[in-house]
Design a binder for this molecule. Structure first.
Ligand code: HEC
Ligand code: HEC
Ligand code: HEC
Ligand code: HEC
Ligand code: HEC
Length: 214
């Protein structure tokens, strides 16, 4: 039989098909990866009403986290500081800074500054700051190097798997309670020190569902 099409065209359909399958797979994989909680929120950094910099106040001026986040060791929530805390210094320092205008306005009117939340777990998952920091889980383990952040962003996944990675092996992360706010904490024998702290404080983080969901 005479060939109507040249020989090379025989390959077209299978090539096209393979090309299509590969493309579809790449798109699905990409979407799956992108929308998995492991990936979605990391890096989230909403714009704030005042360009407050942790890099200046912690990294450069050396303020301790608890100077502002006073409730972390006592309660479930780590509070964001009231305007009063800023005015301790900014009543005298940088008093005509444009950037600080909303702080001065809040001070005069008594209306709180409307900071935008960066980290946010869904309501069905229970989390408590005090329960963590009081047994030596450092801020850094969950929030990263805040002292280097010009703008706070979500550094870790905060997914269920992420929580469990530590709950299964807390000795990899625990530090002496005096060090919870230290940034850049590192020791050579972490596993040894960690294991001692686990034993000393009887640490056993929940892995059963009701530990975090009730
Ligand atoms: C001078 C006061 C001050 C100090 C000191 C300070 N913070 Fe903050 N922090 C703030 C303010 C104000 C905000 C809210 C604005 C923002 O998100 O940048 C905030 C926000 C945060 C957030 C994001 C909260 C959210 O909305 O999810 C984290 C996490 C945080 N701080 C951790 C730390 C850690 C860790 C340290 C110590 C290494 C620290 N902060 C030291 C004032 C402070
Ligand atoms: C312990 C004193 C202290 C406290 C408390 C403090 N600050 Fe500051 N802040 C400073 C100093 C000092 C500077 C200037 C640092 C520099 O320029 O290197 C500064 C700079 C700033 C700037 C940049 C101003 C500009 O025009 O460049 C902003 C914005 C700011 N602070 C916001 C805040 C807010 C909001 C709070 C409360 C959550 C706060 N600060 C609490 C000492 C403080
Ligand atoms: C074991 C992990 C973990 C540790 C340790 C931790 N945080 Fe958090 N932090 C979180 C999570 C998760 C959220 C979001 C909580 C929510 O949405 O209910 C959060 C939220 C916050 C917030 C926003 C207000 C709030 O309570 O929701 C601030 C401020 C904060 N953390 C500061 C700190 C500081 C300062 C430290 C250290 C003294 C610290 N955190 C230690 C995991 C941690
Ligand atoms: C870096 C380590 C680490 C990470 C990350 C971590 N935890 Fe924990 N968690 C602990 C340790 C340590 C304890 C304390 C166990 C004890 O006291 O026996 C604990 C205890 C708990 C408890 C029991 C105490 C209480 O508050 O009732 C809950 C619930 C909990 N964690 C939830 C979470 C959730 C939700 C996340 C993730 C958003 C998380 N944890 C992330 C280390 C961690
Ligand atoms: C250490 C705390 C912790 C434990 C233990 C835990 N979870 Fe979760 N779980 C979470 C957190 C935090 C989220 C929210 C994750 C997010 O926002 O991405 C979550 C989310 C979920 C979701 C929503 C879907 C998803 O994956 O986001 C389901 C369903 C769930 N958990 C079921 C379970 C079951 C079943 C168990 C027991 C086998 C369990 N969890 C144990 C912390 C925990």
């Amino acid at each position: 039989m005479a060939q109507i099409f040249p020989k090379w065209t025989n390959q077209i359909p299978s090539k096209l098909l393979i090309g299509l399958i590969v493309t579809v797979n790449v798109v699905i994989l990409g979407m799956w990866y992108y929308f998995t909680p492991a990936f979605t929120d990391v890096g989230y950094a909403p714009e704030q009403p005042v360009p407050f910099s942790h890099q200046i106040h912690v990294g450069k001026l050396g303020l301790d986290c608890q100077y502002c986040h006073t409730s972390v060791t006592e309660s479930k929530q780590a509070n964001v500081p009231p305007t009063q805390t800023c005015m301790n210094c900014h009543g005298q320092i940088k008093t005509d800074s444009e950037k600080l205008a909303p702080i001065r306005e809040s001070w005069e009117t008594g209306a709180a500054v409307e900071w935008v939340r960066v980290h946010n777990l869904p309501d069905y998952a229970y989390f408590n700051h005090a329960a963590h920091v009081n047994v030596g889980v450092g801020c850094e383990s969950c929030h990263g190097r805040i002292d280097k952040m010009e703008v706070v962003y979500q550094a870790e996944r905060l997914s269920m798997n992420w929580c469990l990675e530590c709950h299964r092996e807390p000795e990899k992360f625990l530090r002496p309670v005096e060090e919870i706010t230290t940034m850049g904490y590192q020791v050579e024998n972490q596993l040894l020190i960690g294991a001692e702290l686990v034993k000393k404080n009887n640490v056993s983080p929940p892995q059963y569902c009701q530990g975090c969901h009730y």
